[in-house]
Design a protein around this ligand. Sequence first.
Ligand code: PMP
Length: 442
Amino acid sequence: MSTDLMPNRYRPGETVLPARESQLIARRDGVLGASYRLQYRRPVHFVRGEGMWLYDPDGRAYLDFYNNVPSLGHCHPEVTAAMAEQASQISANTRYLEPRLVDYAERLVETFPNEIDRVVFTCTGSESNDLALRVARYASGNEGVIVSSYAYHGTSAAVAEVSPNLGDAVKLSPNVRMIALPGPEGVPDDQAADFFEAQIRSAIQDLNRRGIGVAALLIDSIFSSDGVWVDPPGFIAGGVAAVREGGGLFIADEVQPGFGRTGDHMWGFERHGVVPDLVTLGKPMGNGYPIGAVVGRQGPMELFGAIARYSNTFAGNTVGIATADAVLTILKRDRILQNALATGQYLRAGLEQMAKQHDGIRAIRNAGLFLGVDMAREGTPAAGRRGMALDVVNAMRDDGVLISTTGANEDTLKVRPPLVCQTEHADLFLASLERALVKVAG
Ligand code: PMP
């Protein structure tokens, strides 16, 4: 596993930057905590966003193929209007009676299978996962958590401990078990489900032998930080059943795939034909406003709610709710899922075409507008593949198109544009990728 916490980043001394940026970096370094990293070898500096585009202080436009938070496009005017209007009236909290909170909660649960009908609001994806783990541990009476081997689930103490993606220096909980995924292990599709289930069964056996037991299987159903492993649809179902048999809950982390990114469904877990016990939401829910939620079955939510009070100062505040409500309305009205599906297919077809000319593209995976593109020829050593992916990402950044890397070896291009991406944007992205491949190969 990678020990470099964020390979696609600025390293002081490696790149010469203009005075405006180097002075700002010096000021950041003088006052911000040391845990921040700046993305790209040459950091980007933006002052404005609109739709698919971000603008630097000189007015140069960058095409955003990376940010999934503003899934309706940067600064969507109807979303910012809803936010501003509510902020100018009141921002109440969940301890006061407030119809908008209930209206939105009702609309949100309607987008889920019938079994899932309770919501608790949060402010971030990390908080959603943190709460879901508390609920699962209480409802199951167990402590163990099963995650994928390069999973990222957030920043709180409890979720950092179940996020192997944070690197060797961040200690994992003794109660976590990591499972290998069939895709990265090269398991053929027709054996993927059995492989996944077998990994889970042995993790449960180990947790049971140590008296820990299984509280939850916590997975991002498109395995985005593991390198985007979406196929074959349904491959997780046997593993989910095994967890339930072992007394644990299935928590679907929908921070990445949720709210329509996969195009075929509103929620990533639907691709696999399974219904979770708890679902965690974040990022695109407010198109930039910090709002998240745990949505779940009544059973575990009631058990937990009976013993534990849970609300916090900002989660479910009326401004966040009004914003999320506008997002949901626009998602449906503007047929955003259909667009994600169609543009995702268009992008994939373009990449497949390009792969015929450039053997630097080793594999392409996608669900809607989440694409993973493995770099470099089969058999290239890991360091070479990662180097190539980073060179491509940074050549594209210099060319005015934003993407990044993912996967255990960070040698997969992570392509994740706002869901309003059109074919004209896809063409610009494809042309930039082609230029980058030529540049890197030459
Ligand atoms: N889960 C997943 C799958 C994520 O990708 C992230 C954020 N990258 C989180 C949880 C944490 O969300 P947040 O940064 O809002 O706390």
